[in-house]
Design a protein around this ligand. Structure first.
Ligand code: GLN
Length: 257
């Protein structure tokens, strides 16, 4: 172990955890610790006051409509102001599905219920009767930008599983994570998936997302380390990702057909 440490805040771990989303936490912690970097994870749920200064990286998983509804009051009272401060402070966020949606303005459910979300980033979600379900694949512009190459490679792509009735529409100036190559993504029309604002990433990507997309996981970890210790201070060493890359590439091939 060295002296470096990343503190992860897992928001609403008991309410927002669909399709193995908590695996993202296990994955981030393991990839840090195998490089000798300490990692502490703290779960905060309803009734817990968030102090954003305690954390470097935030994770919010997916949840059904009623679970999102159940935590809105608490989010507003105990979390929102600090989440806003953390976003402005360039802290790293990964927000999945229902956890992605609550960062936006509102969600109108498919049966007409209006849920006013935290409104921290300019996008909104509208429910439709038709659910968007299945394995899917999309480009990750932030990974493409890393190697500056003309060609998009398999490890610039993200594979996962989506299941949502909400269709998300990004406001002007809010970028997606990247173009959808297979499946739906944000909505039926846009052909793009997710949201990327400052160091906040939102996506519909369950599965969980990070274990089979190790390069994206390392992008999040490196961003958090660079922000905390200064760019170039901590370089993530190579790990043996044979299994992870096999899982990733298997799905890339399957979804490319
Ligand atoms: N309730 C939301 C929807 O169906 C989110 C579901 C999820 O997190 N998988 O759009």
């Amino acid at each position: 172990m060295n002296d470096y440490q990343i503190n992860i805040c897992h928001l609403y771990p008991d309410l927002l955890n669909l399709y193995g989303d908590t695996g993202n936490i296990i994955c981030m912690k393991s990839r840090l610790e195998r490089r000798g970097i300490k990692c502490e994870v703290t779960g905060l749920s309803v009734g817990d006051k968030l102090n954003a200064a305690d954390f470097d990286l935030f994770f919010i998983g997916g949840g059904q409509d009623f679970e999102q509804d159940a935590l809105l009051k608490d989010a507003d009272q105990n979390k929102k102001a600090d989440i806003r401060a953390a976003i402005d402070d360039e802290k790293v966020f990964l927000c999945i599905c229902g956890g992605y949606q609550i960062m936006g303005q509102y969600y109108r459910t498919w049966d007409g219920k209006q849920l006013d979300f935290m409104g921290l980033i300019d996008f909104y979600t509208e429910g439709h009767e038709k659910r968007m379900i299945g394995n899917y694949m999309f480009e990750c512009d932030a990974l493409i930008a890393l190697d500056n190459a003309a060609e998009i490679k398999a490890d610039d792509l993200i594979v996962g599983f989506e299941n949502h009735s909400g269709q998300t529409f990004l406001g002007e100036g809010i970028k997606p994570i990247g173009k959808v190559l297979s499946g739906y993504g944000n909505n039926e029309k846009a052909e793009y998936e997710g949201m990327h604002y400052k160091n906040v990433f939102g996506a519909y990507c369950h599965g969980p997302m990070l274990p089979k997309n190790p390069r994206f996981c390392d992008l999040l970890l490196q961003t958090a380390l660079d922000r905390k210790y200064g760019r170039g201070t901590v370089a993530l060493t190579e790990l043996d990702d044979t299994l992870e890359n096999n899982a990733h590439n298997y799905m890339v091939n399957r979804l490319s057909k």
